[in-house]
Ligand binder design. Structure first.
Ligand code: ZN
Length: 103
């Protein structure tokens, strides 16, 4: 199996810290969207391309045991997770100072 390297720094993905640096600096907004759906959705906005959204979305879905999708620049999770999301994002390398929750 070929070892994949980071397109930004050229390091093997195992050693690359681009994603964790990107995460620390992300300014994130978390809000509940109940308008477009019958059920409440927790929407995480403000994420840049430097963060692997698919990877983050799958981590959040498994930690919160919910469904969800990653789209351009944001992640949608089924249900209201505003009480736990900040702690979980912090575990994932984000800085809680940069996380704003609009409830
Ligand atoms: Zn890198």
């Amino acid at each position: 199996m070929a070892e994949s390297t980071c397109p930004k720094c050229g390091m093997p993905e195992d050693l690359c810290v681009c994603d964790s640096i990107a995460r620390e600096d992300q300014k994130i907004t978390v809000k509940i969207d109940s308008r477009s759906y019958n059920k409440e959705m927790t929407v995480i906005e403000g994420l840049e391309d430097s963060v692997d959204l698919q990877d983050l979305a799958s981590t959040l879905k498994s930690k919160l045991a919910c469904g969800g999708t990653a789209k351009e620049g944001h992640i949608e999770l089924q249900g209201d997770h505003t009480r736990r999301i900040v702690d979980i994002l912090e575990d994932e390398g984000f800085d809680r100072k940069n996380i704003e929750v609009e409830a």
